[in-house]
Design a protein around this ligand. Structure first.
Ligand SMILES: *[C@@H]1O[C@H](CO)[C@@H](O)[C@H](O)[C@H]1NC(C)=O
Ligand SMILES: *[C@@H]1O[C@H](CO)[C@@H](O)[C@H](O)[C@H]1NC(C)=O
Ligand SMILES: *[C@@H]1O[C@H](CO)[C@@H](O)[C@H](O)[C@H]1NC(C)=O
Ligand SMILES: *[C@@H]1O[C@H](CO)[C@@H](O)[C@H](O)[C@H]1NC(C)=O
Ligand SMILES: *[C@@H]1O[C@H](CO)[C@@H](O)[C@H](O)[C@H]1NC(C)=O
Ligand SMILES: [Fe+2]
Length: 472
């Protein structure tokens, strides 16, 4: 961007700051910035099968690929999943709270699947319910053979002022860069308590016949985080695994056998779209690769879902999806457009705070914009500033083997506030009903460095004092 562009943007920024104060705006607009940080572009390669992170735990039939996610709508349930390979073994989870010696057990189920010439291990899923809020629990799986013990902390009871810290990771894969992203997330002093994962998990489908061994290695690689804190799953295109050429006709087969989500708790009829409440946030997960047009199950569900969100109870409304609606990279450009056309008016009407997406392997944050005025005859098809609109954040920069998206549309569109081609993760740190601090962390920096950050003001609660509404 030239000097003219810069001064113009700061003039716009000033105007918007003033306007923002008048409107109690949630986010102050800055001129679009394309980061001057240029990451050394190296080939992104997968960690070899004999890497330390893929090691199989020792012991007969030892549980591996342990992962947890929220197991109900309110945060008192946890789904524990794991894989055994020698024999089915036990479906039981033994668990107890830090404050009590009494051990409880919950019984799960076991599933397997075949994919071309691959046969899965024994995949166990067990939902634990009625846990105490805000409590540390230990749990053991692999009972009868090689027990392994882990722990998790339940979220506080849902309420408007409950602070909570979410991590954001997308398009992770299993390259050396993926390992860096996960390490940076783990060591970030902001200490994310739950990961909102925006889709594209293992990238096993980039291997011949979608070699599902790479689903297993991904499960073992991520266990060091997924066994201890819930990851909230979103389905991406790399979860589809639709390969009719080799007789694989059922979309999402590996993903839906391995990663269970509590979709029934939100009256959803399929695991690809659902919602949960956690602390002061209401999280809606949408499916970019399931039908979303009018009359479809997802459309009907979302239409009934949005009015249910009670902002006095959960002031923060967060949407996760895989394919971004506002993206200015020359990758997957406008792939999210048809879903945007269907749902964007609702997002504006219900004042969604922020939409996180992946898919594009880079980072981008939008202004609060909407583009809902258009109809076929009026020609009004330019995104406009709209303080009722969400901020759109693309965070598909986990670091998978496909590498970084570096080619951007020029000039940077007005709706794009900040963009940078680097790998990283983000933190959405809710302080109370009015304030949340958001930061994006690139992998090349120290763990605490914020490459992009922003205070979110909750527009439902209209804070009296918005003097801090600037980037920090
Ligand atoms: C599956 O088939 C591929 C080639 O078609 C072969 O390389 C691989 O070893 C086979 N895997 C199993 C488990 O049979
Ligand atoms: C992955 O990261 C972890 C934690 O930083 C490290 O111990 C491990 O050696 C790394 N593995 C590879 C293959 O890079
Ligand atoms: C919304 O939540 C608040 C706070 O929990 C509660 O008092 C109120 O009854 C809820 N409203 C509805 C319509 O459920
Ligand atoms: C970037 O993308 C544009 C549009 O697809 C294309 O015309 C151009 O050649 C690309 N540039 C590079 C360096 O790949
Ligand atoms: C909400 O959090 C912000 C940021 O930490 C703080 O400045 C503000 O005083 C808090 N509001 C209340 C009502 O505690
Ligand atoms: Fe994708």
């Amino acid at each position: 961007m030239g000097v003219m562009g810069l001064s113009f943007s700061s003039a716009v920024a000033t105007v918007v700051i003033v306007l923002g104060s008048v409107l109690n705006a949630a986010v102050v607009c800055h001129g679009g910035i394309t980061s001057s940080f240029v990451r050394k572009v190296e080939k992104t390669i997968d960690m070899p099968l004999d890497s330390d992170v893929f090691r199989v735990p020792l012991g007969y039939n030892a549980p591996q690929q342990v992962h947890i996610t929220q197991g109900d709508h309110e945060g008192r349930g946890v789904i524990v999943s794991w894989v055994t390979v020698d024999e089915p073994g036990s479906n039981t989870v033994l668990y107890w709270s830090e404050n009590s010696k009494r051990k409880n057990r919950a019984e799960g189920i076991m599933v397997t699947y075949k994919f071309y010439n691959y046969t899965s291990g024994y995949i166990h899923h067990c939902t634990i319910k009625n846990l105490e809020f805000n409590t540390k629990y230990y749990y053991v799986v692999g009972i009868g053979h090689t027990p392994r013990k882990f722990w998790f902390v339940t979220p506080p009871k849902v309420g408007p002022d409950v602070p909570y810290t979410f991590g954001l990771i997308g398009d992770l894969g299993q390259s050396y860069d993926s390992n860096m992203t996960l390490t940076h997330y783990e060591l970030n002093p902001a200490k994310g308590k739950t990961v909102l994962f925006v889709g594209d998990l293992s990238y096993a489908d980039n291997y011949p016949n979608h070699d599902n061994v790479r689903w297993d290695t991904w499960g073992r690689f991520t266990e060091r985080s997924t066994a201890y804190q819930p990851w909230i799953w979103t389905a991406g295109n790399h979860e589809i695994d639709f390969v009719p050429e080799i007789g694989e006709f059922i979309p999402f087969k590996p993903y839906s056998h391995r990663y269970h989500v509590p979709y029934r708790a939100s009256d959803s009829t399929a695991p690809f779209w659902y919602s949960i409440k956690r602390a002061s946030a209401y999280i809606i997960v949408l499916a970019s690769y399931s039908a979303y047009g009018k009359y479809t199950p997802q459309y009907k569900w979302l239409e009934k879902e949005l009015p249910k969100v009670n902002r006095s109870e959960t002031p923060w409304l967060i949407v996760l999806m895989h394919s971004p609606w506002y993206n200015s990279y020359n990758y997957h450009y406008m792939e999210g457009e048809t879903m945007r056309v269907m749902y964007e008016p609702w997002f504006v009407q219900y004042k969604v705070d922020v939409v996180f997406a992946g898919h594009v392997h880079a980072y981008e944050r939008s202004e609060r914009v909407s583009n809902i005025a258009y109809n076929v005859i009026n020609g009004i098809c330019t995104p406009v500033n709209d303080q009722s609109a969400p901020v759109y954040i693309t965070i598909g920069d986990g670091g998978n083997l496909e590498g970084l998206a570096t080619n951007m549309t020029e000039p940077q569109p007005k709706y794009s506030a900040y963009r940078e081609a680097s790998f990283g993760h983000a933190i959405f740190d809710i302080k109370n009903r009015t304030h949340a601090h958001y930061s994006w962390h690139r992998n090349q920096d120290g763990y605490a460095v914020k490459a992009d950050s922003l205070w979110f003001f909750n527009r439902f609660w209209h804070p009296e004092d918005d003097s801090t509404s600037t980037q920090s």
